[in-house]
Design a protein around this ligand. Structure first.
Ligand code: KIV
Length: 263
């Protein structure tokens, strides 16, 4: 795969969909690159799918940096985005700049922050230092305690206006892309038509400039996780369990490793 740069992605606005998945390790990164996935996100979803936690809140900056290095080693070509984890940017713009610098030094090519107007000053400062920022509005998992869960956002007119205003402010502050998560498709379409930067949807319908999914979700790693927006391209839960059972049985019955012929 040819190296994908930010200008390559920006050119796609209104022309061709941007394909993004999350990724956390070198092995999956290699497969994603071989499959032509042009953009990888080390999401703080790693707290849930890698660490097995209940939310993304426990993820530390060093953990994201560790996974960024692993993904970069496995896939040098896709454009690589690092999530800024909870607590790494909320205290002050200065703290956010320090955190973003750590992730860029680890190999990220952009950072992602959750929130609208409230993160605009940070987006502006990072952009002024040459750090591209991806915004994220709608269902922002770092706000789970305020929202009371992971339900769709934008149900009321007031909430829809807040989300759209957040996207506008992010664009004005210099965000290079905006993730729209779990919002009504019509709202995602309206934001996509209004902002000049690519929007990337997850559970936001077909009108965004690109799509992102958590890699384990699209591969069907967890049979009991079935949100309505998700398409599983593989039944990894069943296939991996079946392979592990076969290995277990073959070891227990002496079929693996095969016996050598002494003749
Ligand atoms: O952390 C994450 O994986 C994300 C994507 C779902 C957009 O933020």
């Amino acid at each position: 795969m040819k190296k994908v740069t930010l200008p390559d992605l920006l050119k796609k606005k209104g022309a061709a969909p941007i394909v993004m998945t999350t990724c956390y390790d070198a092995s999956f990164a290699r497969l994603a690159e071989n499959a032509g996935i042009e953009t990888l996100l080390v999401g703080d979803s790693l707290g849930m799918v890698i660490k097995g936690e209940e939310s993304t809140l426990g993820v530390a900056l060093d953990e994201v940096a560790y996974h960024i290095r692993a993904v970069r080693r496995g896939a040098p070509s896709p454009f690589l985005i690092a999530d800024m984890p909870f607590g790494s940017y909320q205290a002050s713009v200065e703290k956010g700049v320090e955190s973003a610098v750590t992730l860029m030094k680890a190999g990220a090519e952009a950072v992602k922050v959750e929130g609208g107007s409230e993160v605009a000053p940070l987006v502006e400062r990072l952009t002024s230092f040459g750090i591209p920022v991806v915004g994220h509005v709608g269902l922002t998992p770092q706000y789970v305690n305020l929202f009371g869960g992971y339900q769709k956002r934008g149900k009321s007119q007031a909430e829809r206006e807040l989300i759209a205003e957040g996207a506008r402010k992010l664009e004005r502050a210099g965000a290079v892309m905006i993730v729209l998560e779990s919002i009504p498709p019509e709202l995602a379409a309206a934001i996509t038509a209004e902002v000049a930067v690519p929007t990337i949807g997850i559970g936001a319908g077909p009108a965004t400039d690109g799509q992102v999914l958590v890699i384990y979700d699209l591969l069907g790693m967890n049979g009991s996780f079935n949100p309505s927006f998700l398409k599983k391209y593989l039944d990894m839960d069943r296939l991996v369990t079946a392979a592990l059972e076969e290995y277990r049985d073959e070891v227990r019955t002496g079929r693996f490793p095969p016996r050598r012929n002494k003749s």
